[in-house]
Every structure is written in C-alpha cells, then in structure tokens.
Design a protein around this ligand. Structure first.
Ligand SMILES: [Fe+2]
Length: 405
C-alpha cells in the first residue's frame, strides 16, 4: 500500500516510494529507497521535504496507536484533492477580495474632486486675467496616471458622473483620465501619456473666455451662441501658447480637440494627419466623454452604445484605426456599464483587462428575474462560470449608476 506520511513519521525500515518533491532535487541517487539508518532520515529532513509517500509492502508501515487513524493512502489523497478541485470549480462565482479596488475608488474620488476643483479655480483665475500655472497640474496628472495604471475601473466610472455647475471642470478631468487609458492601450511611453493627459486636463480652458450665460445655458444654444462657444478651441490654444511649460504634445492635443479627421472640424479645419496623433486622440475621448456623461438633467448614453456611435462616426470624423484602438482599450463592456449575466444577475463593470475584454470584473448587485437587489459582490468573470449575455440600461431598470460606482 502506498501511504502519504509527514516527514516526522519517517522511520528506519520504511521504503520511500516517492519523495514528493518533483520539482526540486533530493540528495539521493534513486527516487525510491529503503531507509537504512537515522542519517538517511536526517538527509530527507535537510532536503526540506515535508511530506512523502512510502510503500508498506516493501518496508515498514507507520505505527499507529489504538484508535488512531493511519495516514491516508495515495488513492485517498488523490480523491481528496480531486474533490477539493471540483468544489473550487463548482463554487462559482468565485468572490475575489479586491481591497485595492475599494481603496483605489476612495483615492480616485478624492483625486477627481481635487482635480475638478483645480480646473475650476484655474478657469476663474483666467477670467480674472491670471496666468495658467502648469506646475499645479502636474502632480494631479501624475496621480491620474498612477490611478489608471493601478486600477482603471476606479477613476473611469467616477469620471462619468457630472454635476450641472461643474460640468466643464469634471469633463476636463474625465478627458484626462480617458486619455491616459487610451495612451496606455496604445502603449505610449509614460512621458507622452503625461503630456497628452495634461492637454486633456487643459483642453477646455478656453471656455473661460466664453461668457458664463452661454457656457452654463441649460437649453440649446442659438446659432450665434454656438459660434461664440466654438471660439473656446482657439482660446484654449492661445492661452496655452503663452503658458510656460506646456509641451508641443499638450498644446496640439488641446488646440486640435475639435478638429475632425475629414476636415469638418474647427478652428482650423485641419484634415487627416494634419491633426497630430494626440489631437486625434483627444477628439475621440472628448466626444466619448461628452456623450456618456451623466448629468442631473441629462441622461448619458450607455458606454456600449457610445462606442457603437464612435465606430459609426469614425467613418468621417475620427481616425478609424484610433477609434478601433480606443474601443479595444476601453473594452466592449467598458468600466461603468451595466450588464446582465447568464445567471440573471446584474452588475456594473468595474475593471477591464485588455486580454479579456469579454470577461471583466463586475460588481453584482441586482437580480433581473427576481427583480431585487442582492448583497453586492465583486466577481472576476475570467474566473467564474457566469458570463455576460447583454448590456442593460440604467434607465430601464431605474438603477442609479452613481450609487453603485
Ligand atoms: Fe471643447
């Protein structure tokens, strides 16, 4: 009989069937051997072996006291391990503790707030005729990059929610965050991503030159007002041109964010590669964020629908290859979108990994068939048997997205 024993049960006269240390070297010539003396045992212990198999037909068995169960046989060990593996596989969904996500969300919330506030102050300063101070933005941009690189699902969904009054500032932060995610998807060097994000953070500073009545007008703008509003792109460029410390990348990205690939944009009507790569990228994230933004009186488009639209528009307005890269980078089920699983459960996508676009990390909290809320749990679909079957609308289910981010 083959038994599995602990090394401290090993005794002289036992026959080692398997050292149970397949991956490392043991100091013996053969893989099977009779323990002849105490020195043999010491050698096994010194090799760091903790458990091993003995053959009780070729050597002594373990001496067990009355009523004490003998060590398991090799077969019993195999059955037990198989059972445990079956349990692990069957116990879907596997709940993975993600303290980093919770911590990151907390950090991201503060970061989002601080960054929006900074842009707000900066725009007030510009209205008062003060200079932009790029130095103030840099630590925030670094923090945005760090946050997105650590856990993209923390900052990106937060950035979707905006308030009416602070829309412009919050939009700037979102554009910066999205451009980091985009730059990362394209594998751009960190310094280039930083300059792109800085351009994103400052792309709308020219709106400080737009009268507040037009900027904050809740309804539709008249043609004339729209004309005034459009001037912000040139104003951003002019403001950043005279700001020391603004790189060419950041400047072009900001100045060109309303240019369109087919030449129908403004202020210069640039076409194709006349627009810098970073200008082309910012144009994509600017529109994506604008249409997905959730405001109190404005229903944002679900991210999946927004990506569909972006793809449609890429025929004319955007560089199609870049839009494809953006979709790949942000995911089919982007962070922040509401999805329904095969099990009927629903949740918000928290984190998307590029290699597993269809299997993101989802925070589950609702059951579609039972029509009730569940205890929230975060599952990694790449480790679960459950899978996404549909994208759902927050509106239809009357779910407050902001509450679940
Ligand atoms: Fe803009």
């Amino acid at each position: 009989m083959i038994r599995k024993i602990a090394v401290d049960q090993l005794a002289v006269g036992m026959f080692i069937h398997d050292f149970n240390c397949g991956w490392m070297d043991h100091p013996f010539v053969t893989n099977q051997m009779l323990i002849k003396d105490q020195a043999n045992i010491q050698k096994v212990i010194d090799a760091g072996i903790r458990e091993l198999y003995i053959d009780t037909q070729q050597g002594k068995d373990v001496a067990t006291a009355e009523g004490e169960a003998p060590p398991p046989t090799a077969e019993e060990v195999r059955v037990e391990i198989d059972q445990k593996i079956a349990e692990i596989v069957a116990a879907a969904p596997i709940v993975i503790p993600v303290p980093t996500l919770a911590e990151e969300v907390k950090r991201a919330r503060k970061l989002h707030h601080d960054a929006s506030k900074l842009i707000g102050t900066m725009m007030t300063d510009i209205r008062l005729g003060k200079q932009i101070e790029v130095d103030q933005c840099e630590p925030l941009v670094e923090n945005i990059i760090d946050s997105i690189f650590r856990v993209p699902g923390a900052l990106l969904p937060l950035a979707q929610v905006k308030t009416q009054d602070e829309y412009t500032f919050q939009h700037s932060v979102s554009v910066a965050a999205l451009s980091v995610a985009f730059g990362r998807a394209l594998d751009l060097p960190r310094e280039e991503i930083k300059q792109l994000a800085l351009g994103g953070l400052l792309h709308d500073v020219g709106k400080a030159k737009v009268p507040l009545v037009i900027l904050n007008k809740p309804g539709k703008l008249t043609d004339e007002e729209f004309g005034v509003m459009k001037r912000h792109a040139r104003a951003s460029a002019e403001l950043l041109e005279k700001t020391p410390g603004v790189s060419e990348i950041a400047l072009k990205a900001a100045a060109q964010h309303h240019e369109r690939y087919d030449g129908t944009g403004y202020p210069l009507g640039l076409k194709g590669d006349e627009i810098s790569l970073h200008g082309q990228m910012l144009a994509i994230v600017d529109v994506y964020d604008a249409i997905t933004s959730l405001r109190i009186y404005h229903k944002g488009m679900p991210p999946t629908e927004a990506l569909r639209k972006m793809f449609e528009w890429s025929k004319f307005h955007f560089n199609p290859r870049l839009v494809q890269a953006f979709i790949k980078g942000i995911g089919i089920y982007p962070a922040g979108s509401l999805v329904r699983m095969e099990s009927g459960r629903m949740g918000i996508v928290r984190e998307v990994v590029a290699a597993k676009l269809l299997q993101p990390v989802v925070k589950i909290f609702f059951h579609a068939e039972r029509q009730c809320y569940l205890d929230p749990e975060t599952i990694d679909l790449s480790l679960s048997q459950d899978k996404i079957v549909a994208h759902e609308s927050f509106e239809k289910w009357k779910i407050d997205q902001a509450q679940w981010l």
